[in-house]
Design a protein around this ligand. Structure first.
Ligand code: FES
Ligand SMILES: [Fe+2]
Length: 408
C-alpha cells in the first residue's frame, strides 16, 4: 500500500506552518519517513530527509539561511533540491561537495497545503486539482489535526455516513433513539458507484414529503468530500454559507494520521468568512482552545476525551464535545491498527467495503505497472459532493446534474 500511496501527491504540511521565506524549518512525518520542510529565500518549499548526510545530525535544528538549509553541527549547507552548496569543513579546492546529496522530494503548494510526491519520478502525475484548491482564497479554509491510529480506520469513519445520524446527534433530550422518528425513513437508500477516481456514494432519505439527497465522494486514496447544504435536523436553519467540506486522512506512519480538513463556499458570490470557518472548527472540536501546538487534541485518549456522562445521559449521544473529537475517540479507541477479522459488517457498510476493494485493486494495478484510480487529477477535477432536498418523485440524478459539477 505504501507503493500505492507513492503514486499520488500527498499533503505534507499546511502552508501556514511555513509562513515566511528563511523561517524556521518544520518536522514532517509522511508515509513512514522523517523529513524536514523549509521555505527558502525564493519562497519555495524544500522537503528533504531529516538527517544530515555528514554524520546524520538532525536538520530540524538547522539554520535556514540565504538559499538553503545549513546543518548546525559542521556547517554543511543544502539547497531545496538537495544539492550541497557549501562544505566548510573541506579544503576550498575539494570536489567532495559535488558527491554529496541530501535526499529530497518535489513539492507543490495549493489550497493552503504543501503537497509532496514521494514516488518514482517517471510516474509523477500533474499536481492535485481539487475544487477547494481552485476556490478563491477568501472562499476556502483548511486545517489540520493529528490522530493516533492507522489512516484506514479514520478514512472508514469518514465514509461511514450511517453513524452521523446516531453518534453525532447533539441534543437527544433522553436516552432513546426516539429522535430518529424525525425521518420517515431512517435507513437511507444507499448506492455506491465506482468511478475513475474512486466512488460516488449516494444516500437518499424521505423527509417531510421531500427527498433528502446526500452524495459523498471518495477520491482515492484518502479524500472524502461531502456537501453541507440541508440542515441536519428538522427545524434548524440551513447553513448561512453553502459549503462543501471533507477530509484527507494522510498516513504519517502505520499508527499515526494527519487529517487535513477543508471547507469552502461553492457560491462565488458568498465568501467564507473567517468567523464561519472558525465556528465550524469549534463545532468539530478543533477550536483554538482544543488544539495543541502539535496538532493533537486536548481532549484525547489519556483523558477519555473528557467524556461527560451526565451530558451523555441527558443531551448528546456520546457526551464528548466536538463532532470530529467524537470520531477520533471511536477511531483511536479501536486500537492503533484495528483487527478487522473480528468485524461483522452490515448493509450500511457498503461504502467501506467498496473503498477496501478499490485500495486492494490499486495494489494490483501498481504491481502491474499501471496508475491507480484517482492518481491523475483529470479524473476528479470536476467532482463535487451535494447535500440537497428535492421534491418527492424527482429523479435526483437529473435534478442535481448541475450541482454535481465543479464550477470553480
Ligand atoms: S553532521 Fe551535519 S555538517 Fe556534520
Ligand atoms: Fe463522524
Amino acid at each position: 500500500m505504501g507503493n500505492v500511496f507513492r503514486r499520488y501527491w500527498m499533503p505534507a504540511a499546511l502552508s501556514s506552518e511555513l509562513p515566511e521565506p528563511d523561517g524556521a524549518p518544520v518536522r514532517v512525518r509522511l508515509l513512514g519517513e522523517d523529513l524536514i520542510a523549509f521555505r527558502d529565500s525564493d519562497g519555495k518549499v524544500g522537503l528533504v530527509e531529516a538527517f544530515c548526510p555528514h554524520r546524520r545530525a538532525p536538520l530540524f535544528f538547522g539554520r535556514n539561511e540565504h538559499g538553503g538549509l545549513r546543518c548546525v553541527y559542521h556547517g554543511w549547507k543544502f539547497d531545496r533540491t538537495g544539492k550541497c552548496t557549501d562544505l566548510p569543513t573541506e579544503p576550498p579546492d575539494s570536489t567532495y561537495k559535488d558527491k554529496i546529496r541530501l535526499d529530497c522530494y518535489p513539492t507543490w503548494e495549493g489550497g493552503g497545503v504543501v503537497w509532496a510526491y514521494l514516488g518514482p519520478p517517471e510516474t509523477m502525475p500533474s499536481p492535485p486539482d481539487f475544487e477547494f484548491i481552485r476556490a478563491a482564497p477568501n472562499h476556502a479554509f483548511m486545517s489540520k489535526s493529528i490522530q493516533d491510529c492507522n489512516y484506514l480506520q479514520a478514512l472508514e469513519g469518514g465514509l461511514d455516513s450511517a453513524h452521523a445520524q446516531i453518534m453525532h446527534v447533539p441534543n437527544i433530550g433522553d436516552n432513546s433513539l426516539a429522535w430518529l422518528g424525525d425521518y420517515e425513513q431512517t435507513v437511507p437508500q444507499l448506492t455506491v458507484e465506482k468511478t475513475d477516481y474512486g466512488f460516488s456514494y449516494s444516500g437518499i432519505r424521505a423527509k417531510s414529503g421531500q427527498q433528502w439527497v446526500r452524495i459523498y465522494q471518495y477520491i482515492m486514496p484518502v479524500t472524502q468530500m461531502r456537501g453541507r447544504i440541508a440542515p441536519l435536523r428538522r427545524g434548524d436553519a440551513p447553513p448561512k454559507i453553502p459549503t462543501i467540506c471533507g477530509h484527507l486522512w494522510v498516513p504519517m506512519d502505520d499508527v499515526t494520521t494527519a487529517v487535513y480538513n477543508f471547507i469552502y463556499s461553492y457560491d462565488s458570490a458568498t465568501p467564507m468568512t473567517p468567523e464561519f470557518a472558525m465556528e465550524n472548527e469549534i463545532a468539530d472540536g478543533r477550536g483554538p482552545d482544543e488544539l495543541l501546538p502539535d496538532f493533537r487534541l486536548k481532549r484525547n485518549m489519556a483523558n477519555d476525551y473528557l467524556i461527560d456522562r451526565e451530558v451523555q445521559r441527558t443531551r448528546s449521544f456520546t457526551g464528548i464535545a466536538g463532532v470530529n473529537t467524537q470520531d477520533v475517540a471511536l477511531q483511536e479507541g479501536m486500537g492503533r491498527i484495528l483487527d478487522r477479522s473480528k468485524e461483522h459488517l452490515g448493509s450500511t457498510d457498503r461504502a467501506i467495503t467498496t473503498m477496501r476493494q478499490l485500495l486492494l485493486e490499486a495494489t494490483h494495478m501498481v504491481e502491474a505497472g499501471q496508475m491507480p484510480r484517482g492518481a491523475h487529477p483529470e479524473s476528479y477535477r470536476g467532482v463535487r459532493a451535494v447535500d440537497h432536498l428535492i421534491p418527492e418523485g424527482q429523479d435526483w440524478r437529473e435534478a442535481l446534474k448541475e450541482e454535481l459539477r465543479a464550477r470553480f
